[in-house]
Design a protein around this ligand. Structure first.
Ligand code: HEM
Length: 485
């Protein structure tokens, strides 16, 4: 086989990749050494801004296969037939730390899926937790500032983490989840994924349903104790990446079964708590899990930067038959992601191979900007409407409309009969075995006891007590014991 020739970016052969051109032996370097200039300049520009959250992650390709008929609820083409397969890309992530952080930490995990459907890409950007810490997007930047590295100490500070939660009673459910056994997954393969928000499905007849997505791991749930995690982080900071990569390379393809909970749209208004409140789950007794299909990961990306770092998921990428609910958090996210992508990757990030549709083509009048590769030809007009066979709207509604009434203003969420911030945290606590409860209490106390201010500790203890009196008492005793040490 002919030896491949090393070239410059413009394709010209490189004569020497080991010695820069100099003015004589031992003399200064010549400005005319194009290969050296290009190599150094290009190297300086290798990094792009990391994601402001979920910076650290791992991704893989695979497919989704429909196993059960859900056409009564959605007209989405990729879910239209049992046996139908759709290619996808999934990126897992931790949330709080930077790109160089460790994998085996107590933190939610991202579970972001891009389905390359024939009606365009559908992005379901979820987590491994069915709920979240807050329920209004206006709190998100403050929340994240409190969880990421402190601007002075340069590391996560228990003082900030718990001070935010002291002011966010609605976080008690998710905090209970996070400090429980599932708070540190053993790997990305051994955890569930959730859409977390309520979404809207619309069927062919135009009927609307609210749905929640649950991806149940077929590998079984496996988690790490705080001690196991601390040891693993020291041995292999990239433990989740190592596990996912190696398992797929070995042909041991991880899979998840997708279930949905389905609520007829008319039931939402009178449900006993706000069904669009991201800090709450819908009890399965009210809305049982209905199986939809199987998600399988079977191919590692060839290049982490091109395919994982440049992957861009937006909760606003829907397909006909699937749309948003009025969940305020979701509504905020519909803006935040594509805006982040335009900053992080540029306006033409949708043209990168990992982000571009695969089962259809993007065909519109968006043009130009940095790095445009799909920009129309001499036959394409760049305005619409036109008289030249350019792409035109379908006039087919994407999802059923929502009836809205009331006044504009900065409203709290609509009140339902049982909307308090604590009862589901209490229910989760009471579901746990005695061992699980002990580990939960000890994990919380280990962190909360590091907080300097007594009033911040008190406020958090009050939240646990409001969830369950015993829970509150045990956390309080454990915190006091550690602080007296
Ligand atoms: C209002 C609340 C939220 C805001 C404003 C927000 C904003 C963001 C932003 C700006 C990014 C970085 C995107 C990028 O650079 O590509 C991101 C990543 C991510 N967020 Fe959120 N987020 C919110 C809540 C949530 C919730 C509730 C979930 C899960 C249910 C979630 C899951 C994710 C995931 C999985 C990623 C990583 C996506 C990937 O792998 O590229 N976020 N978020």
């Amino acid at each position: 086989m002919a030896k491949r020739v090393l070239t410059t970016e413009s394709g010209a052969p490189v004569a020497d990749n080991q010695n820069s051109a100099t003015a004589g032996v031992g003399g200064p370097i010549l400005l005319q050494d194009q290969h050296l200039l290009e190599k150094l300049a290009r190297f300086n520009r290798e990094r792009i801004p990391e994601r402001v959250v979920h910076a650290r992650g791992s991704g893989a390709y695979g497919y989704f296969e429909v196993t059960d008929d859900v056409t009564a609820y959605t007209k989405a083409a990729f879910l239209s037939e049992v046996g139908k397969k759709t290619e996808l890309f999934l990126r897992f992530s931790t949330v709080a730390d930077s790109l160089g952080g460790a994998d085996a930490v107590r933190d939610p995990r991202g579970f972001a899926v891009k389905f390359y459907t024939e009606e365009g890409n559908y992005d379901l950007v979820g987590n491994n937790t069915p709920v979240f810490f807050i329920k209004d997007p206006i709190k998100f930047p403050d929340f994240i500032h409190s969880q990421k590295r402190d601007p002075f100490t340069g590391k996560q500070e228990a003082d900030n983490v718990w001070d935010f939660w002291a002011h966010a009673p609605e976080a008690t459910h998710q905090v209970t989840w996070l400090f429980g056994d599932r708070g540190i997954p053993a790997s990305y393969r051994h955890m569930n994924g959730y859409g977390s928000h309520t979404y809207q499905w619309t069927n062919e007849a135009g009927e609307a349903f609210f749905v929640k997505y649950h991806f149940k791991t077929n590998q079984g749930i496996r988690s790490l104790s705080a001690e196991q995690a601390a040891e693993l982080v020291g041995k292999d900071a990239n433990s989740h990446q190592t596990d996912l990569l190696q398992s797929i390379e070995r042909g041991v393809n991880p899979s998840w079964t997708l279930y949905v909970q389905v609520m007829p749209a008319a039931e939402a208004a009178d449900y006993r708590f706000n069904p669009f409140d991201l800090t709450k789950v819908w009890p399965h007794a009210d809305y049982p899990l209905q199986r939809v299909g199987r998600l399988v990961l079977d191919r590692n990306p060839d290049n982490v930067f091109a395919e994982v770092e440049q992957a861009a998921f937006s909760p606003n990428n829907f397909v006909p038959g699937i749309g948003p609910s009025p969940d305020k958090m979701l509504q905020g996210r519909l803006f935040a992601y594509a805006d982040a992508h335009r900053y992080r990757l540029g306006v033409n990030h949708t043209q990168l191979p990992v982000n571009a549709p695969k089962a259809t083509v993007a065909d519109n009048y968006g043009r130009d900007g940095f790095m445009a590769t799909r920009n129309g030809s001499r036959h394409d007009k760049n305005y619409e409407p036109n008289s030249y066979q350019g792409p035109a709207q379908t006039d087919a509604a994407l999802s059923a409309p929502l009836a809205i009434h009331g006044w504009t203003g900065t409203h709290a969420a609509p009140a339902h009969v049982k909307d308090d911030d604590f009862f589901q945290a209490g229910e989760l606590y009471r579901l746990m075995s005695e061992d699980e409860k002990s580990r939960l209490v000890s994990n919380i106390a280990g962190s909360l006891s590091q907080v300097a201010r007594e009033d911040v500790i008190e406020k958090n203890l009050a939240h646990f007590a409001a969830a369950d009196a015993e829970y509150g008492r045990r956390v309080e005793e454990a915190v006091r014991a550690l602080r007296e040490d």
